[in-house]
Design a protein around this ligand. Structure first.
Ligand SMILES: [Fe+2]
Length: 458
């Protein structure tokens, strides 16, 4: 259509012809709003904040140790917010003081927006005691008050052990991941939690791909891209985009290992009589597994204990209450890899515990049912927590301290560290009303234990 005809046509049918003008990426608008944000990757001197804006702009984050006075605030680099990235941007703030409460605002162009603000506390640099909350399995965009209950716990960190949403993305990958994370952050109760407490998050099946997802998931590459764009995470161990998104970070004398056991998961295969015809792997490749073992050793050699965020349940085996002969999702389907790790943990006497999600229940085992080393010797305490608001289920087990398969549950890990030989833990299963959860026998699901950071083999 030539220009004359087009002009006439558009004059007659203005609205139909009015084309949406792409917003130039360089435009800076004073009326641009920050719509969503959350923080994570907190250390003693730094934090990462990820936000979504209402339009393309140039934005930055200002961080102050005074909730009102931002005259001495530390500013992030200015970030270009683009339509092509669904108006999300990530900001890194460095040179913070340890063990300090901080407050932040966003700046669009030259305007400091004081109507939206977040807060966080940096980590201490010496051995110290603190509280972690963790949970999994919330409906997409859930407005449950369990998030408010978790916020009111005032943990130093909130660890999401998977199923942040139930997007089950398997088509329109890029758009779907953006929409799901937006729904999560649009939730008032979740937004309130995430604006107060930094997160650490590793996905499970429903927020990576669809149910029981693995490396065969259609949207795998876009899932990783979306994670890197939308999640304020700790640095991922591997820069290679084809590797999992596992992370390692240290708080006090505890080394947290967040393992991505989805994106390179290779499920086992069985014949029609439940005989295994192909061994599976949750880590997916040797490089990933070797990294994990090295982290265990490094923790041991630097007088740290390990909390392994496994995501999927560790305890499940033939004869267990929920074991099925063709297990292919939790560790029950991967006994070979689990035994290899258990033998390694036994050999090097690694002080370690596991926190997990996936199973829609809370459960604690003191190591009585989790020892998969040859002839025993690796009894690992295991703490399952969830579901935030999904329907309940009982998976794996048995669990020495019982379980509770009810919706609206989370876990609290209190680390008690006085800088001495032992680091102690108090585990408590809680419900959305901030009550201690009872197991199927009516006893509270709690567990206290200590682990030594002195190498007994030396
Ligand atoms: Fe789930």
């Amino acid at each position: 259509m030539n220009l004359l005809y087009r002009a006439i046509f558009c004059a007659l049918l203005f609205f139909q012809c009015k084309q949406k003008q792409p917003v130039p990426d360089t435009v800076s608008e004073t009326n641009v709003k920050v719509l969503n944000f959350w923080s994570g990757g907190v250390t003693s001197t730094s934090i990462k904040i990820t936000a979504r804006f209402s339009a393309a702009t140039k934005a930055q984050v200002l961080v102050s140790n005074d909730s009102v006075d931002f005259s001495k605030a530390i500013a992030s680099r200015i970030k270009l917010i683009k339509e092509s990235e669904h108006y999300f941007g990530s900001f890194s703030i460095k040179n913070l003081e340890p063990n300090t409460n901080y407050y932040y605002h966003f700046k669009n162009g030259k305007t400091l927006d004081t109507t939206t603000h977040g807060r966080f506390k940096t980590l201490n640099t010496v051995p110290f005691s603190y509280k972690i909350a963790f949970a999994s399995c919330g409906r997409t965009g859930s407005e449950s008050n369990i998030y408010t209950t978790i916020k009111n716990e005032e943990p130093l960190l909130y660890i999401i052990t998977g199923d942040l949403h139930y997007g089950d993305v398997n088509k329109n990958c890029d758009t779907q991941y953006a929409e799901n994370i937006t729904k999560v952050l649009n939730s008032k109760t979740q937004a309130d939690l995430y604006s107060h407490i930094p997160i650490a998050y590793i996905w499970d099946d429903h927020d990576f791909g669809d149910g029981n997802s693995s490396k065969n998931t259609v949207c795998k590459e876009q899932a990783k891209e979306a994670y890197r764009r939308y999640v304020p995470s700790y640095p991922t161990v591997f820069e290679n985009p084809r590797m999992p998104l596992s992370q390692s970070f240290i708080i006090g004398r505890v080394r947290f290992l967040l393992t991505d056991l989805r994106s390179e998961k290779s499920p086992p295969e069985y014949d029609t009589t439940c005989q295994k015809t192909k061994q599976g792997s949750n880590f997916g490749n040797k490089e990933h597994l070797d990294w994990f073992k090295k982290e265990l050793l490094d923790a041991k050699n630097t007088n740290q204990v390990v909390i392994w965020v496994s995501g999927i349940p560790f305890i499940n085996h033939p004869g267990g209450p929920n074991y099925e002969c063709d297990e292919d999702d939790d560790w029950g389907g991967y006994p070979e890899e689990r035994k290899e790790l258990s033998n390694f943990i036994k050999k090097h006497q690694i002080p370690i515990s596991i926190i997990s999600g996936d199973a829609h229940m809370v459960a604690i085992d003191d190591g009585a049912n989790s020892d998969y080393a040859d002839k025993g010797g690796a009894p690992i305490p295991v703490f399952q927590a969830g579901p935030l608001d999904q329907k309940p289920s009982y998976k794996g087990g048995p669990y020495s301290h019982g379980y509770s398969a009810i919706s609206g549950q989370y876990g609290i890990v209190e680390v008690v560290d006085n800088g001495k030989e032992d680091i102690c833990f108090i585990w408590t299963a809680k419900n959305k009303n901030n009550e201690v959860v009872l197991n199927h026998k009516g006893n509270p699901i709690t567990y206290k234990f200590c682990q030594s950071v002195i190498d007994v083999l030396k």
